[in-house]
Write a protein of this length. Structure first.
Length: 570
């Protein structure tokens, strides 16, 4: 028996050695898997070291040429965990406050309010601060690397893009409108989108496809956006405006090529923005969410309606004696002068309030407001951005506050409230042979490698092609022969109109505070773009002809060069 055991011992030892090796390999593999799992946990499982759900990833956004506009980056969050003593509170307040860029009193308050669990002290700490705090190697301070939204262009197109909060939820702009599509755990499918889609073979591939697999290609052209941002900043500074908006749109497709508003912000550091008590929501897009009275630029709508309805003719004369009484109101021209017998071209060239009111009165309220509705006022445009408002249009049958004088004043853009987006869409309909297109900022949707283009969507026919062409000819004459030659670019036929609107106060309009608007499109015969420029409360001059019109001119020059648009007469 002993000899049998002696003969078996080498085999037992060999088997035992094999078992040890196998178990060692398995053990090492398990350790490796645990390390990988721990490292990948924030990405793959969405859980941090405390077991709470981490923010999910979001899809990327690029411009129409594939330039990255929004993607995921890293934020550093500093938190305190477990109970701390009075001594720790005092020492941390002095040591930590400079690194977290917090007032010591605020940091001390947070530390004293901290209980037994985990309290976040700073959601967005700088990388250098995070590295320094990690180097301290304390038991109670925690530094976490979390997903955050990053916008490479910083402030450019901020109102279009919107922002994502610390928990990666979309707020404002495209981020909010398409939040359920962009989010990693979102439930919006391509088939649930409200747009007209068709399969697309892309002109380019995404250089940085997102882990989510669902990305957006915007209509924004980064080059045009940069020009718009530059011209808006110059105009606000030079003319002493409190703010402003510029929109560039393709009238044939409804694509928004660029859109900017001031004052702006950076979605990278939105948490640093402090709004004044009386300020409009600093993150809400003024182009779609802020109402204003458009002033004389609305005369485009009035004249188009009069001609298209057949209630007035091109050569019909209206007698301007310097004052027009309508109900309880006296209507006067901005120059306080009488202009005698005038027809529609002259009314627009001289921007006459009395003539505009007479055209509206000749149409009657029912006809006038039916065209106001056709042009989209009092309703949302349907642009794929969050927070769009309808505007305010009082009508005889739907508003007890309406009076006959409103018909006269609405004709020249007073007593009616619109958004810049509504105004540019209305003028775009004139530029597009009378067809109003739905504005949109998303050009294509990428769903796990499948591309879907958002097709241009006609909303309605606002006016006939004949009326649209007639209005274009008149608006060209306004630029070339009227009072807005400050918008003219030599060699190019431009159609456009100014609007200087006094700002209503509690009891009356303030002639020293105005909103200046210019809307124009070019080349007039075959428009490549329509531009709206709106400047608020300019100090250098209250007149749009001296502020918004030359801003349009500078912008148009740069667009002609960028887009290689040949001169109209060339």
């Amino acid at each position: 028996m002993d000899s049998l055991m002696q003969r078996s011992l080498p085999r037992v030892r060999a088997v035992f050695a094999i078992i040890v090796v196998v178990l060692t390999v398995i053990g090492l593999q398990l350790v490796r898997l645990q390390v990988i799992k721990a490292a990948a946990a924030p990405v793959a499982e969405g859980h941090n070291q405390y077991g709470s759900l981490l923010p999910p990833h979001r899809g990327n956004m690029v411009d129409r040429a594939g330039n990255l506009l929004a993607t995921d980056g890293v934020r550093y969050q500093v938190a305190i965990a477990g109970a701390i003593t009075e001594t720790t509170i005092m020492s941390l307040t002095q040591r930590l406050a400079p690194w977290l860029e917090m007032p010591p009193a605020e940091l001390e308050r947070r530390l004293r309010n901290h209980g037994q669990g985990v309290t976040v002290l700073k959601f967005y700490a700088r990388q250098a601060a995070a590295a320094e705090i990690e180097r301290w190697n304390t038991d109670y301070l925690r530094v976490e690397r979390l997903a955050r939204r990053f916008y490479p262009e910083n402030t450019d197109a901020a109102f279009v893009l919107g922002l994502a909060t610390a928990d990666q939820i979309g707020r404002y702009g495209v981020e909010a409108k398409y939040d359920a599509f962009l989010r990693e755990n979102g439930d919006m499918a391509v088939t649930n989108l409200e747009n007209h889609l068709r399969a697309l073979s892309p002109d380019f591939s995404l250089d940085i496809p997102s882990p989510v697999g669902r990305d957006l290609v915007l209509t924004i052209d980064r080059r045009i956006q940069a020009i718009v941002e530059d011209e808006l900043k110059f105009a606000v500074d030079y003319y002493g405006a409190t703010g402003g908006t510029i929109i560039v749109m393709d009238p044939k497709t409804g694509e928004i090529l660029a859109m900017a508003s001031a004052p702006g912000y950076s979605p990278n550091t939105f948490y640093e923005v402090q709004a004044a008590p009386d300020q409009h929501d600093p993150f809400s897009d003024p182009a779609t969410g802020l109402l204003y009275e458009p002033g004389s630029v609305f005369k485009i709508v009035t004249m188009a309606a009069g001609l298209d309805s057949g209630k007035v003719t091109l050569d019909q004369k209206f007698k301007d004696v310097g004052v027009l009484e309508v109900g309880e109101r006296e209507i006067r021209n901005s120059d306080r002068q009488a202009h005698g017998e005038v027809a529609i071209p002259t009314i627009l060239q001289r921007s006459l309030n009395i003539g505009s009111a007479q055209v509206a009165l000749a149409m009657g309220a029912d006809t006038f407001y039916s065209y106001v509705e056709r042009f989209g006022f009092g309703n949302v445009t349907g642009v794929d951005l969050s927070g769009e408002v309808r505007g305010i249009v009082k009508r005889p049958k739907s508003s007890a506050q309406w009076s006959p004088s409103d018909l006269a004043t609405n004709a020249f853009g007073q007593g009616i409230s619109v958004t810049p987006m509504q105004m540019i869409c209305a003028v775009s309909a004139v530029a597009n042979n009378g067809v109003m297109m739905r504005p949109h900022v998303v050009k294509a949707i990428v769903d796990h490698g499948r591309w879907f283009e958002i097709e241009p969507s006609p909303v309605r026919i606002a006016i006939s092609p004949q009326t649209a062409r007639l209005m274009t000819d008149i608006l060209v004459s306004v630029v070339e022969n009227g009072g807005t030659n400050q918008a003219a670019v030599p060699g190019y036929h431009i159609a456009g109109k100014t609007g200087t609107a006094e700002i209503p106060g509690r009891t009356a309009y303030d002639s020293d505070l105005t909103i200046s608007t210019y809307v124009g499109y070019a080349p007039a015969a075959d428009p490549r773009f329509v531009v709206l420029v709106k400047l608020d409360k300019t100090r250098l001059s209250v007149w749009a002809g001296h502020t918004s019109a030359p801003t349009f001119q500078r912008l148009a020059r740069r667009l002609f060069a960028l887009l290689n648009i040949p001169p109209s007469d060339g």
